[in-house]
Structures are given as C-alpha cells and as structure tokens.
Design a protein around this ligand. Structure first.
Ligand code: SF4
Ligand code: SF4
Ligand code: SF4
Length: 413
C-alpha cells in the first residue's frame, strides 16, 4: 500500500500539492490526483499543504492495535521530538500512557543517535575525498539517490538513528518482539518498509490516538510513576544524530562545515557540487527544519517553543536521573549493532520533449506566441513550459490551465 494516498472525491483541484512538491511526483488526470511512488521522496509537503485533508497517510494504527491485543511483546521507540508533540505533558505522564496501552517496553533514540554520530565521526576522520554529505533524513537521501544519482557516493554510509535503535531493541528484547516507532517524519514510514527492523511506524497523531483508544480499552491504576531512573548523557550526538564534536570544532563562520535546510537549497547545493563550486568538507542536509518541524509533528506550539521544550526535558531528565551514563560506559554491555548503509543512485527517468513536441503541446493549450505563456502558476507548475513538459510525461493536462479554460469557456457562452 502506498504511504500517501488521495481520497476519492475529496480533491478540490487547487493544485497546491503540485505547487509545493519539489520533484513533481503528483499526477493529475481526469480530475484525479495520484502520488507517484517512483518519483516521491516522502518529504510530506503535499500532506501538510492540502487544506482539504484530501491526502492521507497509510497508517499502521490498526496493525499496532492488533499487535497490542495479540499479546506479542511490543516495544515503542519514541523519536526525540515526542515531548514537543505531547506538550504540556511530561516524560513520566507519556510513559504511563505507553505502559497502560500495553507496550512491554519503551525506548528513546539517544543510544541510536550516539551510535550513528560516532560512526559519522570515524567516517569523517578517514575521508580524504570531500565534500561528504551527511543526512539522517530519509527524504533528503532518497532525493539524492533519485534525482542526483552521481552524488549518491558522497553520502556518508550510515543508517538513521531509527534503524540503529530498532536493531538494538531487537537484540535486547529478542528478535520476536515488535518494534513500533513514533515519529513526526513521513519519510520514516517509507524507510521502515525497506528493512525488517521496524514493524510499524506511527505518526505522533496516530500514536496519540492509539494511546487514547488503549486507555479506554484497558483498566489499571492512575498513578504516574515519576521515580528517578538512569539517563543517558549525550556525548557524541545532538538530537537527529549529528556529531556533537564536529559542531564544537567548527564555528558558524567556518566554511568547512555547511548546513543546508529545505528543498530548494538542497537543489541549489546539488547543482553547485556538480559544478565543483562547493569547498565545504562536511555538509548536513535536511529537507525541512529538522524533525522538530517535521510534517507530522502534530502540535499547536511554534517551532521555537518546541525546541525549548525538547532541550529542557533532556536537561531536566539528566538532573533528575538516579544515575547519568554515557554511551561509552554502556557500550561494553550492549550487543554489537551494524550502522553501515550503502547509498546507490536510483535515477528516475524523466522523458523530455524535443522542441517540436513541446511547441505542439503548447499550441494545444493555445500558447502559440511567447506572450501567450502567462507563467501564472495556477496549474501548480511555475511556467507554462513546465506544465507542457508534465503533459508530455503524462502527469498533467490542459484542464489544469485556468487562463486556457477561461478562454474556452468565454467562447462557448
Ligand atoms: S492540495 Fe492537491 S489533493 Fe489537496 S485539494 Fe488541492 S489538488 Fe487536491
Ligand atoms: S511527499 Fe513530497 S515528494 Fe512526495 S508527492 Fe508529496 S510533496 Fe511530492
Ligand atoms: S497560463 Fe496555464 S499553463 Fe501557464 S502557468 Fe498559468 S495555469 Fe499554468
């Protein structure tokens, strides 16, 4: 089943989703919108933009409800942004609900982030060919693999914290346990489908719904256990898995370290690397402002407060902890986890019309002269020529062009 689907009969044909899609992975034909999996990088921009709620996420909610009822050992892994999403609830209250829902255990991703951050550090140290592109964002790496395949070899070959943590959980709790990952990231849903570490991925919205349903289905004490517990102090990572020492070693002005956020900046970066114009050694890329601003964060509080809430919770957790432990102290007691991952180019073939075919398609939309090309963007494409190319590729038609349709209408009445 596709991760993003469009509900039949719900689409208002506003084309906002096409407008924001960075890779034009949305087909419009005969009044129906369709997400094209082979083109999609799962950035979630269309999902966030569709104010009609026509685009839905293929959810694992029923699957997890079934898992919890079946008695199979289920472990929840929470992406680090969970407290920003659950605000104003605190860690103890969230953990109470998770236990009440029937999860056998619950983990955060700090150990996974520490493992991948240390892998990055070692990889950076041994790398002579630069730039190295680093990303724990599956949407960003998928974009490079599909649309800039020549740069796939520049991606640091490291798994995401989700995968590292899930592998650790399977080793600690047993291979037969079910891993349920709660996240604000839509691309994580796709990533989970590519491996066998994660059994189900729930957006925070679905995860909260699950906790509500299970709270009503089950009975038990209403006592929240807030006793101090051991906590892991980050040594190698910041949330998201970026290596903390790399940040400490480079000032904001150091050209060796480059941070690129957002889809258009990644496109500009990729083009600049291909032209040999980038001097940075390490480049960190994300398609959004980080998971704290992920498409399925599900909170009304703004991004600045979210960051404060998440950071404060981490620091308060350390202060309250019965004991603070680092990854280095724990590692001798932990199973060995593979954190290597290879990236390969998966070029998406996009046929382009020659001049004659382009002129013919433009003429069908009554764009005979340059002045006929209004480039108004109403169809979801920036220019009439982009719309014509999309028509050539079979993912658009002239019914999407409002000025053209208006002309036709005015002739009829
Ligand atoms: S954003 Fe896309 S799916 Fe949503 S109503 Fe507009 S055209 Fe339809
Ligand atoms: S998830 Fe992103 S890439 Fe996929 S269709 Fe939506 S906007 Fe386009
Ligand atoms: S004139 Fe039509 S085809 Fe051109 S950008 Fe506007 S809506 Fe799209």
């Amino acid at each position: 089943m596709s991760i993003l689907t469009v509900k039949d009969g719900h689409c208002a044909e506003c084309y906002s989703c096409i407008r924001v899609c960075p890779v034009k992975a949305i087909k419009m034909a005969a009044g129906r919108i369709e997400i094209l999996d082979e083109r999609c990088v799962y950035c979630g921009r269309c999902f966030v933009t569709c104010t009609k709620g026509s685009i839905s996420l293929g959810g694992d909610l029923d699957k997890v409800l079934g898992l919890l009822s079946s008695g199979r050992k289920a472990i929840a892994i929470l992406a680090p942004e969970y407290l920003a999403s659950f605000y104003p609830m605190n860690t103890a209250q969230v953990l109470f609900l998770i236990e009440r829902a029937g999860f056998y255990g619950c983990e955060d991703t700090i150990l996974g982030e520490e493992m991948v951050a240390r892998h990055y550090l070692r990889y950076f140290a041994g790398q002579t060919e630069t730039p190295v592109i680093r990303s724990t964002c599956p949407a960003a790496t998928s974009w490079i693999e599909k649309y800039y395949p020549a740069l796939a070899g520049k991606l640091a070959p490291v798994v995401t914290p989700m995968v590292a943590q899930a592998r650790l959980v399977k080793k600690l709790y047993g291979d037969d346990c079910a891993v349920v990952y709660a996240t604000p990231c839509i691309a994580a849903k796709h990533e989970a489908k590519l491996g066998d570490e994660v059994d189900a991925v729930l957006t925070f919205d679905d995860f909260k719904q699950l906790l509500r349903i299970r709270f009503l289905q089950t009975q038990g004490d209403l006592v929240v256990n807030d006793d101090p517990k051991p906590a892991v102090r980050r040594r190698y990572s910041v949330p998201g898995g970026f290596p903390r020492p790399t940040i400490a070693q480079h000032s904001m002005l150091d050209p060796a370290l480059m941070v690129v956020r957002g889809v258009s900046d990644i496109e500009a970066l990729a083009a600049a690397i291909e032209r040999g114009e980038v001097g940075a050694k390490f480049i960190d890329i994300l398609t959004c402002n980080g998971c704290i601003d992920g498409p399925a964060i599900d909170t009304d509080i703004g991004i600045h407060l979210r960051k404060q809430v998440a950071e404060r919770a981490y620091r308060e957790g350390l202060v309250k902890a019965s004991r603070q432990l680092t990854f280095d102290q724990l590692e001798p007691y932990l199973p060995k986890i593979e954190t290597y991952k290879s990236f390969t180019g998966k070029q998406v073939e996009l046929p382009l019309p020659d001049d004659k075919a382009l002129a013919r398609i433009l003429a069908e939309g009554e764009k005979h002269m340059p002045n006929d090309e209004l480039d108004c963007g109403a169809c979801g494409y920036n220019t009439c020529r982009e719309e014509a190319v999309a028509i050539y590729q079979g993912i658009a038609d002239w019914s999407m062009c409002f000025p053209f349709q208006r002309k036709v209408y005015m002739r009829i009445i």
